[in-house]
Design a protein around this ligand. Structure first.
Ligand code: ADP
Ligand code: ADP
Ligand code: MG
Length: 245
């Protein structure tokens, strides 16, 4: 529709893919049209977000439709909330079935920032959000004999793979609904070429029939695009701003 195109143009939202979900202009639209969790709506107000940022306008609705995506938008444009809001809405409420959302970050510092944004936006929801600490503690906490009372994992690739490769595995990925790779361009950068294999291990471990994947990045690179076209299901690509800004 013309209106939709005008909205995308106004916010420099470029999209590619089939059956593209429409963007929304406001958080209240996410509430009425997408049943964004009421507690999230409250928390958005409490943290002072008035309107969604351009990447949030489009990426949230794409994820709400459970479509796999590659989302590129400049640093500081609100990519974290763009995946937190739909992911938490899909979980609905805390469970005892282990991790259902896994976010992979390239560095410990970025993982910590994402963890904090989860804590802030999930205030009052009761969701259990975790990071992986010392290996022996982690395997007690997350392993097969633990009560599985956690919902969201934010981690660097090394730490997750370390747990996955223990016998028995120190964590199960069998109930993961969203695998989110943040700053995925950094993870593909030269010098860290080991990450391709790490990503493959994590990707394979998240093998439930209903798992969805979302890749977020500040830059649009050929390598990332190729990986997504090859490994994601009917991918939607979103770029905000110039193609490489
Ligand atoms: P990115 O991951 O794209 O670099 P972040 O998710 O770290 O960006 O967000 C950058 C800053 O913008 C954070 O302080 C975050 O709390 C804030 N922010 C996110 N969404 C909004 C919004 N809709 N309105 C205002 N501020 C926002
Ligand atoms: P990262 O935070 O990126 O995993 P670290 O410096 O913590 O990097 O990990 C260094 C190495 O220790 C990793 O390459 C990995 O093989 C191993 N390792 C991974 N997870 C853990 C863990 N939970 N505890 C101890 N060692 C780990
Ligand atoms: Mg970010």
């Amino acid at each position: 529709r013309e209106e939709v195109n005008a909205l995308r143009n106004r916010h420099k939202i470029h999209v590619q893919g089939t059956d593209l979900p429409e963007p929304v202009e406001s958080f209240s639209q996410l509430q009425t049209e997408y049943q964004l969790l009421p507690q999230l709506v409250e928390n958005i107000v409490a943290v002072g977000y008035v309107d969604p940022t351009p990447i949030q306008m489009q990426a949230v609705t794409v994820m709400m439709h459970r479509r796999e995506l590659l989302a590129c938008a400049p640093t500081g444009s609100g990519k974290t909330a763009a995946f937190i809001l739909p992911a938490l809405t899909h979980l609905k409420k805390p469970g005892r079935m282990g991790f259902r959302v896994v976010v992979v970050s390239p560095t410990r510092e970025l993982a910590k920032q994402t963890y904090r944004e989860f804590q802030r936006l999930a205030t009052g929801t009761g969701f259990h959000i975790c990071m992986i600490g010392k290996s022996d503690v982690a395997k007690q906490k997350f392993g097969p004999k633990s009560p599985q009372k956690f919902d969201i994992l934010v981690t660097t690739p090394n730490r997750l793979i370390h747990l996955l490769q223990l016998t028995p595995p120190g964590v199960s990925m069998k109930n993961v609904e969203w695998l989110i790779v943040d700053e995925c361009d950094k993870l593909f950068e030269a010098g860290k070429q080991g990450f391709r294999d790490q990503l493959a291990v994590i990707y394979k471990a998240c093998d439930s029939s209903h798992v969805r994947r979302a890749m977020f990045s500040a830059t649009y690179t050929y390598e990332v695009e190729q990986w997504c076209k090859l490994n994601l299901d009917n991918v939607v690509t979103i770029c905000v701003g110039g193609r490489n800004s």
